[in-house]
Design a protein. Structure first.
Length: 117
C-alpha cells in the first residue's frame, strides 16, 4: 500500500512522498537525490515537517501532525530510502493514514486537524 503524503517545513518547502510500510512509528519512502537538500537544514540535521492534508479549498492545507526524517540510506545512484518518524501525531491520524490508502477525502472526516496552514 502506498499513500501519497504532502510534507511542508517552516520555510514553506513542500515535498510529496509516497509512504510505504506505514507503522505506528512512521513510514518509509523512496526519494530522488534532488530532494535531499530539502530534507536537511543548514547544519545538516533533518528538518521537522508538517504532515499536510489537502483542505476543502486548495489555497491552504490542514496540518494533521508533524514528522522528521529519522534515517536515510542510498539504494541506487539516484534514489534513497528515508525512514520518517512521527513526532506529533495522534493515534486517530495514524489510523486514518493507514486506512485511507491515499484517499484524503475519506480521511478528512476522521483525522483531527492541528491547525490550518
Amino acid at each position: 500500500m502506498n499513500t501519497s503524503i504532502r510534507l511542508r517545513n517552516n520555510e514553506g518547502t513542500e515535498i510529496y512522498v509516497s509512504a510505504e510500510q506505514i507503522t505506528p512509528l512512521g513510514f518509509q519512502s523512496e526519494i530522488s537525490h534532488e530532494l535531499i537538500p530539502d530534507i536537511r537544514d543548514e547544519s545538516g540535521r533533518f528538518r521537522v515537517f508538517d504532515i499536510c492534508m489537502p483542505a476543502e479549498t486548495n489555497d491552504h492545507c490542514d496540518v494533521i501532525g508533524q514528522c522528521r526524517v529519522h534515517s536515510m540510506r542510498r539504494v541506487s545512484a539516484d534514489k534513497s530510502i528515508i525512514c520518517v518518524r512521527y513526532e506529533n501525531v495522534s493515534a486517530e491520524v495514524y489510523r486514518s493514514l493507514y486506512e485511507s490508502e491515499g484517499d484524503f477525502t475519506s480521511m478528512r472526516e476522521r483525522a483531527p486537524v492541528l491547525r490550518h496552514a
